[in-house]
Write a protein that binds this ligand. Structure first.
Ligand code: GTP
Ligand code: SPV
Ligand code: MN
Length: 596
């Protein structure tokens, strides 16, 4: 059943041409004491052997082979279903460098605490060594890492989410450096769970969780927390953003990067299918990425972006043939589902899916509607981006795509209109820094609580937010041809508590207005918070909006914004003297014009 090439720890030394990698693997093996070591090559045979092993031990359950070929259900430990922000640390020598936005521990203390957890933790287990590349394997913008884990589920997910295996190892051996990520599921005990980052050492240590953002270390730990730290030093940006290409009927494609907090619509916008009429006219959306964007200035002064990931780790609930048909087609085969429910004929099921009904809930119990949702609200699918019908061939382009517009957005039931445009780059950076959003099930803790989530990076910025905003401001220099910056809110609610904007495919109408603004072809009204379209400036032909919707989506609530800007001012103060003066000045200028 299982023909993985495993070697006894003592024999695995010298597996790589890179001494630094061999030494680190040997050190980790001495600490964690696995029974065997397996170096992952990323091959189909290796994956088949791993999947067979997981099917045999119950880690994976096969789904209906007719409707969902080669697809699997994983039920996690019920206390291990989301990111754990309160257990996530950035360990810099100086606490100030981690900033008030991060939990901090001194590096020596962090290592001591983690190494005590790792000591002997892989006894009786296999240790997997996963070389991976974030970004196209031949791109100068890509970066590599090696994750060591004792979880076969992590290996299977990393294979989908990154370029994993032999080509990545070859690049690592050529470059000589890599991000080190050490992971163990431990006992899945929430009281023995930590995710620690050592940015100066390009090192991650994660213990006690098997969940995506905590355990697939290439993703949030490397591609955002460690990469943001490197990007600051090297003059680029590592962001929690989708990337899409918007093709108009003339055949021009503009690329847009958008930062929305976790479970606030990135996957859905990235895979958008234009509404009736637009489709017939020839509009098309191309997907480049749905979660992470690395971008840097090119020789022409524009920002060029790549998606460092190779797959999607997407939110299942709410995904339906109406809301996101591309996602449904993407997950029709060769997909790992985590914590969804199943139907009587063993098909995956979640709330919002229009067909079928749940029989077994995400915990594996008979479904009982009085005991909560059938699928966990943060249940997810892991699937290769290559399976997405709208996946852009440009996603594999080593040079990346030029960005025409950057979009910030949050989940705001009140106050914030559908869309507005920042006046200039500095104003746009303030718009990003001031972002607020209601919390979601993507992290443990209360859901629906409004918090500041600057640039959707609150859980992911690997250093002090004040320095991060300075870094953003620094891109506005001689010769730069920067994108326009916008803010959107798909989640404004009416007095009846229902969403006022239809969202999903109809969000294209807002993207169209943005690109027309970029080209100088659409109108807007100047207000203290930025340039707002009126209902006439966005094409809403064919959708029904109530008077309340029109007023709230396209209106500007003067008194409400005055209070919001007071709160934004207080928020900026929390960062003390490291906060760039330019952001204070911008905030005060807007606050004054709101008082006038
Ligand atoms: P992460 O993977 O956690 O970073 O999330 P994400 O930003 O990719 O979020 P995703 O697109 O998966 O959306 C999360 C939830 O928001 C899903 O339940 C969607 O159905 C819902 N959603 C997405 N777009 C819209 C929209 O335009 N309007 C409304 N009302 N809901 C939306
Ligand atoms: C998020 O929480 O923003 C996600 C899922 O994209 S995870 O990879 O788990 O962080
Ligand atoms: Mn995310």
């Amino acid at each position: 059943m299982n023909n993985l090439s495993q070697t006894a720890p003592a024999e695995s030394a010298g597996r790589s041409k890179l001494a630094a990698l061999n030494d680190w693997v040997a050190q980790v093996a001495a600490l964690t004491q696995p029974d065997a070591i397996h170096w992952c090559d990323g091959s189909d045979a290796e994956n088949a052997a791993l999947v067979a092993k997981m099917e045999a031990d119950g880690t994976l359950v096969r789904l209906n082979e007719q409707t969902h070929p080669n697809s699997w259900l994983h039920r996690s430990h019920p206390d291990d279903v989301a990111r754990v922000e309160h257990l996530t640390f950035v360990c810099t020598p100086e606490q100030e460098d981690a900033g008030p936005n991060n939990h901090w521990m001194a590096p020596a203390d962090g290592h001591a605490q983690m190494d005590a957890l790792f000591a002997g933790c892989m006894k009786g287990r296999t240790m997997y060594v996963i070389p991976y590349c974030m970004g196209p394997i031949d791109s100068p913008l890509s970066r590599c890492g090696v994750e060591i884990t004792d979880s076969a589920y992590v290996v299977a997910n990393m294979r989908v989410m990154t370029r994993m295996g032999a080509p990545a190892l070859a690049r690592i051996e050529r470059e000589g450096s890599f991000v080190k990520g050490l992971h163990s599921v431990g006992e899945l005990d929430p009281n023995r769970r930590f995710i620690m980052h050592f940015p100066e050492e390009l090192t991650i240590k994660s213990f006690g969780s098997g969940y995506g953002g905590n355990a697939l270390l290439g993703k949030k730990c490397h591609a955002l927390r460690i990469a943001s730290h490197q990007a600051k030093a090297e003059g680029w940006l590592a962001e929690h953003m989708l990337i899409l290409g918007l093709e108009n009927p003339q055949g021009e494609t503009h690329y847009i990067a958008a930062a929305f907090p976790s479970a606030c619509g990135k996957t859905n916008l990235a895979m958008l299918i234009p509404p009736e009429g637009y489709r017939q006219d020839g509009w098309k959306v191309w997907t480049i990425g749905d979660d992470i964007c690395w971008m840097r200035p090119g020789a022409d002064g524009r920002l060029y972006a790549i998606n460092p990931e190779a797959g999607f780790f997407g939110v299942a609930p709410g995904t339906s043939i109406n809301s996101n048909p591309n996602a449904l087609k993407t997950v029709a085969h060769d997909t790992i589902f985590t914590n969804v429910a199943v139907t009587a004929d063993n098909q995956p099921w979640w709330e919002g899916l229009s067909e079928g009904k749940p029989v077994i809930d995400w915990r594996g119990n008979e479904y009982d509607s009085s005991k909560g949702p059938a699928a966990h609200p943060n249940s997810r699918f892991t699937v290769s981006a290559q399976q997405c019908p709208s996946y852009s061939p440009k996603a594999e382009d080593a040079q990346g795509v030029p960005i025409s517009a950057i979009v910030f957005g949050g989940r705001r039931a009140s106050l914030v209109p559908l869309v507005f445009e920042a006046r200039d780059w500095t104003h746009g950076v303030l718009v990003g820094a001031a972002m607020g959003s209601e919390t979601t099930a993507a992290a443990t803790g209360a859901v629906g609580v409004m918090r500041r989530d600057p640039m959707a990076m609150k859980p992911f910025c690997g250093y002090n937010f004040a320095d991060y905003f300075s870094h953003w401001l620094s891109f506005d220099k001689e010769g730069a041809k920067l994108p326009k910056i916008f803010h959107v809110n798909w989640f404004r609610k009416g007095d009846d508590g229902k969403f006022l904007w239809p969202g999903f495919g109809d969000n294209l109408r807002v993207l169209e207005w943005m690109i027309k603004r970029v080209k100088g072809e659409a109108a807007a009204q100047e207000t203290p918070i930025g340039n707002l379209p009126s209902a006439d400036d966005v094409n809403i032909a064919g959708i029904q909006l109530s008077d309340e919707a029109n007023a709230k989506l396209f209106g500007f609530d003067h008194a409400g914004w005055r209070a919001e800007f007071e709160s934004i001012g207080e928020y900026l103060q929390e960062y003390g003297p490291r906060m760039p003066q330019a952001l204070h000045d911008e905030q005060q200028r807007i606050a004054r014009s709101l008082d006038a």
